[in-house]
Ligand binder design. Structure first.
Ligand code: AHM
Ligand code: MG
Length: 329
């Protein structure tokens, strides 16, 4: 039976991996605490009157109507991360501008989608929290151009928390991706998926096919290909779509397969946001041996221009993402 807690694992890893500093371990532990808190918030949402839209129908930084749970999740992340004094600024899907946090020792920047897949709030379906962590180039006040507008490859850690039948936290600090399941009886995340390996191939594709007619001819030809029967290559692939990136990527990590959200007429740069959705998920999947691409280039190599910029995304099994790319050439 699995027994090692997230805290114990971080201590052990910290001794083995110099990049996993004490401060970084503190931030990862606090994100775990945040996941514990949000597990309760999400589970009790119908009972506590937290389903539905935020009063006033506010529109968040990227044009989505905020749900009550989006706001509660954002507050939980800011509170937990703020309490460490280690983070100088938080970039969040729910905040138009980066939120500066006090802390003389603040050497990190946290990018987060506090509640990803929040269209699932009211139907009791999976959702997640995504985060990526950058180290500031220098101590002192945040310099947006230098500290916030970064490449995904510069992240020092990334993770997600999946609120499903159980709550799981998966993180990487550049030495593999490790998964923990929340043991609610112990009140701790326990290591259940050490050194996760994304299968090289998979037979599931995951995308919002409602957008099919808006996709480029290359993406449509790819869909024709994976749905054409060919037993030798295990086609047709099956379609699965949770509608929460965290859930769809988690399945791809475990079972193999691909998730994609391409550009289309309504989303010329794709829908998903680079800094707090695509880059963290890309770091985790690459650390597990998978691949994350715009369709034509590596997600982690994109130079961000703005904190809320979007990018097309294809992510999952290395060979499946390479196949997708071959149709976009
Ligand atoms: P959100 O951060 O506002 O929840 O949007 C991101 C979500 C992803 O989790 C999911 O894969 C995608 O948007 C679903 O979009 P669509 O409803 O267009 O299929
Ligand atoms: Mg999201």
């Amino acid at each position: 039976m699995a027994t090692k807690t997230l805290s114990e694992h971080l201590e052990d890893e910290g001794r083995r991996t110099p990049a996993l500093t004490v401060d970084l371990a503190t931030l990862l532990r606090q994100m775990g605490e945040c996941g514990r808190r949000l597990t309760l918030v999400v589970r009790r949402a119908a009972l506590s009157g937290s389903l539905g839209l935020q009063a006033g129908g506010e529109i968040n930084a990227t044009g989505d109507t905020q749900k009550k749970l989006d706001v509660l999740a954002d507050e939980a992340v800011l509170e937990r991360i703020g309490s460490t004094g280690l983070v100088g600024a938080v970039v969040s899907e729910e905040l138009k501008e980066p939120r500066a946090l006090p802390g003389r020792e603040a050497r990190y920047v946290l990018c987060t989608d506090p509640l990803d897949g929040s269209s699932n709030t009211d139907i009791d379906a999976p959702m997640g929290t995504i985060f990526g962590i950058h180290r500031k180039a220098a101590a002192g006040p945040i310099d947006p151009a230098r500290d916030l507008i970064r490449k995904g490859s510069e992240q020092v850690a990334a993770g997600y928390i999946l609120y499903g039948p159980s709550t799981m936290m998966v993180y990487t600090a550049g030495a593999g991706a490790h998964g923990f399941t929340l043991d609610e009886e112990r009140g701790a995340f326990v290591l259940t998926h050490e050194t996760m390996k994304c299968p090289e191939r998979g037979t599931i594709y995951s995308a919002n096919l409602g957008n099919l007619n808006r996709w480029s001819p290359g993406v449509r030809r790819y869909v024709d290909h994976v749905t054409a029967p060919d037993p030798a290559t295990r086609r047709p692939y099956s379609l699965r779509y949770i509608g929460a990136l965290v859930g769809d990527v988690h399945r791809s990590l475990i079972n193999g397969g691909i998730y994609f959200y391409p550009a289309d007429a309504a989303h010329p740069d794709g829908k998903l946001r680079l800094m707090y959705e695509c880059a963290p998920m890309a770091m985790i999947v690459e650390q597990a041996g998978g691949r994350a691409s715009t369709g034509t280039g590596r997600i982690l190599d994109i130079e961000a221009r703005t904190i809320h910029q979007r990018t097309p995304l294809a992510i999952g099994s290395a060979a499946e993402v390479a196949l997708y790319e071959s149709f976009l050439k």
